[in-house]
Design a protein around this ligand. Structure first.
Ligand SMILES: Cc1cn([C@H]2C[C@H](O)[C@@H](COP(=O)(O)OP(=O)(O)O[C@H]3O[C@@H](C)C(=O)[C@@H](O)[C@H]3O)O2)c(=O)[nH]c1=O
Length: 182
């Protein structure tokens, strides 16, 4: 795996390194030793997948509050997404900054999202399957989120958003918050 630093502190784009032969190829997608060498969390406790039928489906931006904050390792297995993450750690020099990453079933890229980030993705094609590992169990009472259209984030979504859950349409704006985000 090749580890590429992103514009956001502690978030990494991880490039798979497929080894080809006459059958096809093989690639490592997670390795405790390699992750530890780069200071990444690798004690994942749950693997999730989601299927989105339509291009323009947005999920996010989601995170869990402490003590259920999660690191996530995201991979797109079918179709294409733009993955968008926001650093919500007040003590970070990239606080409230975001970055977009295109992950597809072809481009061999995975995204490592550290705890203290809000995470989302928007589908760029129909029939999208995303698989991700998380380092903390699902804890609905600790779920929180940012509104995709929040002016404080100023995210330019690259394709129109046509499918969105009720929950994701109604996350509070940052300006409405009385407590710190994370
Ligand atoms: C996340 C999660 C959801 N669920 C349930 C709750 C609900 O009935 C159904 C769908 O949940 P949601 O609407 O929250 O699914 P979704 O919008 O796909 O949520 C996911 O979005 C992406 C962007 C992330 O980063 C993930 O961590 C997760 O928050 O699945 C679980 O049982 N376990 C889980 O770990």
């Amino acid at each position: 795996m090749k580890f590429h630093q992103t514009n956001l502190n502690d978030a990494w784009l991880i490039e798979l390194e497929p080894r080809g032969d006459s059958r096809g190829h093989f690639a490592r997608t997670m390795c405790h030793d390699e992750f530890a060498r780069h200071g990444l969390i690798s004690d994942f406790v749950q693997q999730n997948m989601s299927y989105s039928a339509q291009r323009g489906t947005l999920r996010g931006l989601h995170y869990q509050r402490r003590p259920y904050a999660e690191a996530k390792l995201i991979r797109c297995l079918r179709g294409a997404i733009v993955d968008v993450i926001v650093d919500i750690r007040e003590d970070s020099s990239s606080y409230l900054q975001h970055q977009l990453f295109e992950l597809t079933d072809r481009n061999q890229q995975q995204l490592y999202v550290p705890p203290g980030f809000a995470h989302s993705f928007l589908t760029l094609s129909d029939d999208v399957e995303v698989s991700y590992l998380v380092s903390a169990p699902y804890h609905p009472a600790s779920e929180d989120g940012l509104r995709y259209s929040d002016e404080a984030l100023n995210i330019s979504w690259p394709t129109p958003i046509t499918v969105l859950s009720e929950k994701d349409a109604n996350w509070p704006l940052i300006s409405e918050r009385t407590e710190r985000l994370f």
